[in-house]
Design a binder for this molecule. Structure first.
Ligand code: EPZ
Length: 415
């Protein structure tokens, strides 16, 4: 298993050209199956999760070809069954339920996988599908669906689930009648999916607000689309600069997607400047404490940046309370940060962090994608050498992470 070896203490200086958003491109792969015509997706990051999603599409008959950052998909489906082995690799396999059902009116999907950060049930997805007239049977770890009598309907979400919002948009785009979702998730990736579906000829409106309307159309056509930039990767690089000191400019960013983080970084003493597709950060002093950070659905502070923020708060000059409201067990990075000298106490969904001057190098293990990224940030700050095991978790979401950090001046190698 690959590891990172980091000698901490170098400031970061330079530019980062942002990758396309993992959590935006994965639902687009599913949407591409809604037509037999060719779909061309640009700005697709080179990540294990994207490769796994491509493998799932190919396993049910689709043609998927990568040409650098461009991926061409032709959704000729010859099966409606998503195999267990691939489905368990990533959460996004559940999106295929919506698009395979829409095309084949039948689907058999294993329960999805993904980061081990909580129970991650799919009840909101399945309840919504039942509201749309889909017959669902769950047995032997598979979900069997029959959408032959599907009809648009009004759906209210108890919780603004990102995946369930995307799944209903995928299923309802070509369903008979009108479907509305209230209490929909408002993440930018959902607006991206709406833009893409509408380029295919769908009639979706309201993405980015709690109310989404989908007017079913007969069929969808092929199109070309550029994936939005990855706001979580952007936030991670900004926090990497904040924890080490230096000056970094992100290019190809969407500042509007990061207001919650930018506000926290400014208040902690970082200098932030933004213009239409760039974010500039300068960190030249020890960070002030963040006091209280609560993860919320977008546009609140993103749960995917909670772990990197814990690393940052570990070296601020004061106390920070971090409350994780979205996932039940998303503090697996804390014991690893404590090995590096962080002073954190976790009680339920609350992490109380007392900042120390500087962390110290140690051997640690990445337990999930964003927790692993937090350990990299901690290693960049720490005195001495940090070894991070199981970096495959990190590389599911960060393209060329070690190479980019090294280009900014970090002393990091992958072995
Ligand atoms: C998406 O996951 C992202 N993944 C996650 O990013 C992100 O953390 C999450 O949204 C929240 O922003 C992708 O887009 C591939 P949810 P998703 O449905 O769709 C509960 C990363 O690091 N819930 O909004 O799974 C669920 O258990 C990953 O890139 C139900 O109870 O998120 C969780 O507690 C991690 N029943 C909460 O809602 C359901 O049917 C949020 O889940 C669905 C969800």
């Amino acid at each position: 298993m690959a590891k990172y070896i980091i000698n901490g203490g170098s400031a970061l200086n330079g530019k980062v050209f942002l990758q396309g958003a993992k959590n935006a491109v994965l639902p687009l792969f599913a949407a591409a199956l809604l037509t037999e015509e060719e779909v061309v997706l640009h700005n697709c990051p080179d990540l294990l999760d994207v490769d796994n999603m491509a493998r799932i599409l190919q396993s049910i008959g689709a043609d998927v070809e990568r040409h650098g950052e461009t991926i061409k998909i032709r959704g000729n489906l010859n099966s409606y069954e998503i195999p267990y082995g691939l489905a368990k690799e990533l959460r996004s396999s559940i999106f295929l339920l919506g698009s395979v059902l829409a095309r084949r009116k039948k689907a058999k999907v294993a329960y999805p996988g993904g980061c081990d950060i909580g129970l991650r049930p799919i009840n909101i997805h399945l309840d919504a599908f039942r509201e749309l007239g889909v017959k669902i049977e769950e047995k032997y770890g598979y979900i069997y669906c029959d959408a032959s009598n599907m009809q648009g309907s009004h759906i209210n979400f108890d919780y603004p689930s990102v995946g369930a919002t995307e799944n209903v948009m995928l299923l309802a785009a070509t369903a008979k009648g009108i479907t509305t979702i209230s209490n929909a998730a408002r993440e930018p990736e959902i607006e991206g999916l709406q833009d893409f579906l509408n380029l295919m000829g769908a009639k979706v409106s309201g993405a980015g607000t709690p109310f989404i309307t989908i007017e079913g159309v007969e069929s969808l056509k092929g199109t070309e689309y550029t994936t939005i930039p990855d706001r979580i990767v952007a936030g991670t690089y900004l926090m990497a600069c904040a924890i080490c000191g230096g000056e970094v400019e992100l290019i190809g960013a969407r500042p509007a997607h990061l207001h919650a983080l930018l506000s926290k970084l400014s208040k902690s003493g970082c200098k932030i400047k933004v213009n239409n597709d760039k974010i500039y950060i300068k960190a030249d002093r020890r960070l002030l404490p963040f006091e209280r950070v609560e993860t919320q659905p977008y546009p609140g502070f993103p749960t995917d940046l909670q772990a990197p923020l814990c690393a940052l708060a570990s070296v601020a000059c004061g106390n920070t309370v971090v409350i994780e409201n979205i996932f039940e067990t998303r503090f697996k990075h804390v014991p690893e940060l404590i090995k590096m000298g962080a002073r954190i106490i976790v009680s339920g969904s609350v992490a109380s962090i007392r900042g120390v001057e500087r962390l110290r190098g140690a051997e640690v293990t990445a337990m999930d994608l964003r927790g692993g990224a937090a350990l990299v940030l901690a290693g960049l700050n720490a005195k001495g050498t940090t070894i991070i095991n199981e970096v495959h978790h990190i590389e599911r979401g960060y393209e060329n992470f070690d190479a980019i950090l090294s280009s900014l001046g970090a002393d990091i190698v992958k072995v």
